[in-house]
Design a protein around this ligand. Structure first.
Ligand code: ADP
Length: 260
């Protein structure tokens, strides 16, 4: 049955964007925003017209990660003009509300803000837009997956059992809403000891990840170690792909970007 007849809203395209890739995680703090921004920067560095949309209304990270702040200007037809750094366009709730303001918004206002972020940004022609999704499978995620044409989704998880259990919920949300799953990225997959270079699987064995990929029929797109430099560069607003472009760490992100 067509969507309308099943009582589902018609999915809409994000205007002026060729391809939309959602980066999602079940839990917060697993590195979703860090990976989303590094992937978007990899696209931009490869010559694609790329953007990132931070849909995490309660905890926007993109302004810090891209070292951007300030209110976006409005275009002549009242659309938000993205802020750019390192050749990457971005839009985030963080630009629209003061950092210290408590975002204790009622559901309706959150949804209104989300509609503005999804449909009222003047991207000015993009090859690829990365959607940094909020963690979990709540209202915002449902709205995006049901209302927006998303070309593919990437799931971020650590190898810990807790993170993986919830990641399965994310997988089923995308499957239910007919969004193709591009694959899974295992973040903080191991800790490489700086003195002896031995990898330590502190969040659990990598076998958990391969079992999950097998059970859920998901491709493993890459494994990113827990690495203090990734965190330092992200916190400094100069993520790995632009902070250390020739290093091995940046190559991992670039290879994943090429694969999707
Ligand atoms: P999420 O978007 O899932 O909430 P973030 O991307 O904000 O997570 O990451 C949470 C914290 O973990 C940040 O301080 C980030 O710099 C750090 N981090 C993410 N991935 C790594 C990694 N592979 N190695 C070290 N630190 C990381």
């Amino acid at each position: 049955l067509p969507r309308m007849q099943r009582g589902l809203p018609q999915k809409r395209n994000i205007p002026n964007v060729k391809k939309v890739i959602a980066v999602s995680s079940a839990k917060g703090g697993v590195g979703k925003s860090t990976i989303a921004v590094n992937l978007a920067l990899s696209f931009a560095c490869s010559g694609y017209r790329a953007g990132i949309l931070d849909t995490d209304i309660f905890g926007p990270s993109i302004p810090t990660l891209l070292n951007l702040s300030g209110e976006p200007r409005l275009s002549s037809n009242n659309q938000l003009i993205p802020l750019s750094n390192y050749g990457l366009k971005s839009m985030s709730m963080g630009y629209l509300i003061p950092e210290e303001a408590p975002v204790a918004w009622r559901g309706l206002m959150v949804m209104k803000a989300l509609q503005q972020l999804l449909h009222e940004v003047d991207w000015g022609g993009l090859d690829v837009l990365v959607l940094d999704m909020p963690p979990g499978t709540g209202d915002v995620q449902l709205t995006i997956t049901q209302q927006v044409n998303v070309d593919g989704a990437i799931i971020i998880t650590t190898p810990s059992d807790l993170s993986l259990k919830d990641a399965v919920k994310g997988v089923s949300l995308f499957r239910k809403t007919s969004i193709p799953l591009l694959g899974l990225i295992s973040n903080m997959s191991s800790f490489i000891c700086p003195s002896c270079s031995t990898p330590h699987p502190i969040f659990g064995s990598q076998k958990h990840i391969s079992d999950m990929c097998h059970q859920q029929d998901l491709k493993l797109l890459g494994e990113i170690p827990l690495d203090a430099r990734i965190c330092e560069m992200a916190d400094a607003g100069r993520p790995t792909v632009v902070g250390d472009p020739d290093g091995a760490r940046a190559r991992v992100f670039e290879e994943i970007a090429r694969e999707v």
